[in-house]
Design a binder for this molecule. Structure first.
Ligand code: HEC
Length: 137
């Protein structure tokens, strides 16, 4: 075996192992969760009558840049590759009656939704190019 063939086999094994735990797909897995549970409070500023409604906590989840950045706490929202240290992930996995849980009312995200967000962040928090989330109503 040459060095090159050894390296090639190691890479092949590595990629097939990674394939077993494929990263979530942004459009299919992540966007619907944000759209359903977060965007109405965390979108771009908009006018309601004469009032300008700002995103809650100064935090927007409408683009990758904004979701990474975080809001008033000045703590990063998402740290690609590190869900455990990401404020967004910490907030969605708090106890149901915790003051800081997101979403703040209604049911918490399901364990399956929490897991897929964790996997998405840990895999690098990929975002579909050009996608900007908008409020539902
Ligand atoms: C009903 C409105 C509402 C919804 C829905 C909501 N949030 Fe929030 N969010 C808030 C408010 C209000 C704050 C500011 C108070 C606070 O920090 O707890 C906030 C703050 C945050 C912050 C802290 C930003 C910072 O740096 O200070 C994060 C992260 C966050 N939300 C994530 C989410 C995620 C993820 C979802 C969806 C799973 C979500 N929120 C859904 C109202 C909402």
């Amino acid at each position: 075996m040459t060095i090159k063939s050894i390296i090639t086999s190691i890479l092949a094994v590595g990629f097939s192992a990674a394939g077993l735990n494929a990263a979530p797909d942004f459009n299919k897995d992540i966007l619907p969760i944000l759209q359903e549970n977060c965007i109405d409070c965390h979108a771009a500023p908009y006018k309601k009558g004469t009032r300008l409604r700002k995103p809650k906590g100064g935090y927007r989840v409408d683009t990758r840049e904004n979701i990474l950045k975080g809001g008033e706490s000045e703590e990063a929202g998402v740290i690609p590759g590190n869900a455990a240290k990401s404020q967004l992930y910490k907030r969605i996995t708090l106890e149901k009656d915790h003051d800081d849980i997101m979403p703040p009312k209604g049911d918490p995200l399901t364990p399956a939704q929490q897991k897929i967000i964790k996997d998405w962040i840990d895999a690098g928090a990929a975002w579909a190019p050009g996608v900007v989330l908008k409020r539902k109503g």
